[in-house]
Structures are given as structure tokens and as C-alpha cells.
Design a protein around this ligand. Structure first.
Ligand SMILES: [Mg+2]
Length: 166
């Protein structure tokens, strides 16, 4: 339940073709270290292009972040994507709210995020696939650095089971 099902080098590696193959039409997006560096309001140029590609391909997008409204709302508004802050991942509550807001079936939905103990586990709890991405920037937050350490056995397990870095 913590081992990634899919591990991407970064969010821009997720293609419309990949999503189409899996029947995924909507993505719930983590913010910190998935779309931008932790706490940053900057949108990397490559991620901006990726968001555009997703929108052009009819992929519905909604941000679900555990961070505060104050941190998430300005960023979400700037990139033109709806948002849910204080998402309570790994609990499935925020994901359920997001699914209702998007009006899609659970089988059409996937979560994109960088942390196994919040994002990966939330997807498992809610029964949707998680497209795990490698963190965008090195972690400066001590608590997160410690969790990264705890994530390593599960990352190794992904590769041992034949998983590729997508
Ligand atoms: Mg994150």
C-alpha cells in the first residue's frame, strides 16, 4: 500500500496517452514538490506547458493539497486550476470531496503526488491509482526529510518488482 504503482521522474512525464490507456480522465494534483518547490508560488515553465497539454486533451484537473488555504489558493488561482486545501491526505476525505466536485467516477480518477505517506497512502485508502513523482526540489523541511528516509525501502521495492522510472 506504500509501494508506488507508477513512479515518474517528474509530473511532465505523465502523458495524455498514458492516461488514455488507463481510462483516466481526471487528475488530483498535489502542490508542494509536485507542481512547484515546497512553499513556492512559482510555476516552472515545463509544468506550465504540461498543464496546458492536459487541458487541451480534456483531462480535468483539481488541486488537493494538505497545505493551508493561504498557501494553496493564490497558486491555484494563478495557474487556473480549482483547489481543495487542508486536504487531510492520507485520509480519503479530501479526495472524495474532489471527486464529487469534478463529477467523475472513481475509476476515471488518479492522484499525482510526491509523498508515499500522504499521497500514495491517500490513493490506497480511497481506491484510486497514484502517479508518484520524484520530488521537484530537495527537501529543506526536517520532518519531510525524515519521511523521505522512511520511503526508501518502498521505492527500492518498486524497482525490485521490475518497476521503471517513467
Ligand atoms: Mg507534496
Amino acid at each position: 500500500m506504500l509501494t508506488p504503482q507508477y513512479l515518474f521522474a517528474d509530473i511532465t512525464r505523465i502523458t495524455p496517452q498514458f492516461l488514455r490507456q488507463k481510462g483516466i480522465t481526471a487528475l488530483l494534483l498535489d502542490v508542494d514538490n509536485t507542481l512547484t518547490a515546497h512553499g513556492s508560488q512559482q510555476l516552472p515553465r515545463a509544468v506550465e506547458g504540461w498543464l496546458e497539454t492536459m487541458k487541451q486533451n480534456g483531462i480535468r484537473l483539481l488541486i488537493v493539497s494538505n497545505n493551508t488555504e493561504q498557501r494553496v489558493a493564490p497558486f491555484a488561482d494563478r495557474i487556473g486550476v480549482g483547489h481543495i486545501s487542508m486536504g487531510c491526505k492520507p485520509l480519503p476525505l479530501g479526495l472524495a470531496r474532489a471527486r464529487r466536485r469534478l463529477g467523475v467516477q472513481r475509476r476515471q480518477l488518479a492522484l499525482v503526488g510526491d509523498q508515499l505517506f500522504t499521497d500514495r497512502l491517500a490513493g490506497w485508502n480511497y481506491g484510486i491509482p497514484v502517479l508518484v513523482v520524484q520530488p521537484l526540489a530537495p527537501d529543506t523541511h526536517r520532518g519531510i526529510r525524515f519521511r523521505r528516509h522512511l520511503e526508501q525501502p518502498f521505492i527500492r521495492r518498486y524497482f525490485k518488482k521490475g518497476g521503471q522510472l517513467l
